[in-house]
Design a protein around this ligand. Structure first.
Ligand code: ZN
Length: 245
């Protein structure tokens, strides 16, 4: 393919090692000429995510010849400052519950705002012009910094703030979890779906002992339940679509 327009652009994917960001990485590798990845270590309870990243990047090189030439450097930033801010079930050993304001206590206030701000700073240094994140307003658990308008406002603020035209791309914004499995199928076929199923990590409680149909996890926490439900819905939709007549 001749590199023109969109395909010449250079992207930075917020890559945690979870299902969503892994699907976003496949999406970015399909659309952009050069793709780097960025992870954040913020003392998250689900640190298994971070150890999945290297495995996933290695496996991506084998999935598609274009992807191996487009996949660039990986970056990991220390964000333990988020733990200093404290009081989230995402970082502390407290039970996952709903707060008085209706948000789940896994919410880390400002997390995505910080992540994109640091990603913009890195993109400036690395000559990258697209930031890709796996936020979704459909399954967003009520996190206000996953909303489309939050991220559109941030795109404007960051582009002005670094005086470069940055684009924030969120390919999962209007997809549910079943759609995200389907997107993986469309981008990379059965091999990518299998990679997502067995090598990405979602469980808040960091469990990787049991391989379920939908992947590894405790099967009980909100992240596992959402992933399991999405996988089942995707299989159901696929079998309905395959039914003749
Ligand atoms: Zn879990």
């Amino acid at each position: 393919m001749t590199a023109t327009g969109q395909s010449r652009r250079r992207a930075l994917v917020l890559f945690s090692g979870g299902q969503d960001s892994t699907t976003c990485l496949a999406w970015a590798l399909t659309h952009f000429a050069h793709v780097e990845t960025l992870g954040f270590d913020y003392g998250q309870r689900h640190s298994a995510e971070l150890s999945c990243r290297a495995t996933l990047r290695d496996r991506f090189q084998t999935l598609h010849p274009d992807w191996s030439t487009r996949l660039g450097e990986d970056h990991l930033l220390d964000m333990t400052v988020l733990k200093q801010l404290g009081a989230s079930a995402m970082t502390d050993d407290v039970a996952i519950a709903t707060q008085a304001d209706g948000l789940p206590n896994t919410f880390v206030p400002g997390r995505n705002l910080l992540f994109f701000t640091l990603a913009a700073a890195l993109a400036y240094r690395r000559g990258l012009d697209v930031l890709v994140g796996g936020m979704s307003q459909t399954d967003y658990s009520g996190y206000p910094d996953c909303r489309d308008n939050t991220l559109k406002a941030l795109q404007v603020a960051l582009s002005l703030g670094i005086d470069r035209p940055l684009t924030l791309e969120t390919p999962l914004m209007w997809l549910d979890k079943a759609d995200t499995w389907e997107l993986a199928q469309q981008l990379g076929g059965a091999a990518l779906v299998e990679l997502v199923r067995t090598d990405t990590h979602t469980c808040y409680l960091n469990q990787r002992d049991t391989l379920h149909a939908w992947g590894y996890g405790c099967g009980q926490c909100p992240a596992c339940l959402l992933r399991a439900q999405g996988y089942q819905q995707w299989l159901t939709r696929r079998s309905v679509n395959r039914t003749p007549g």
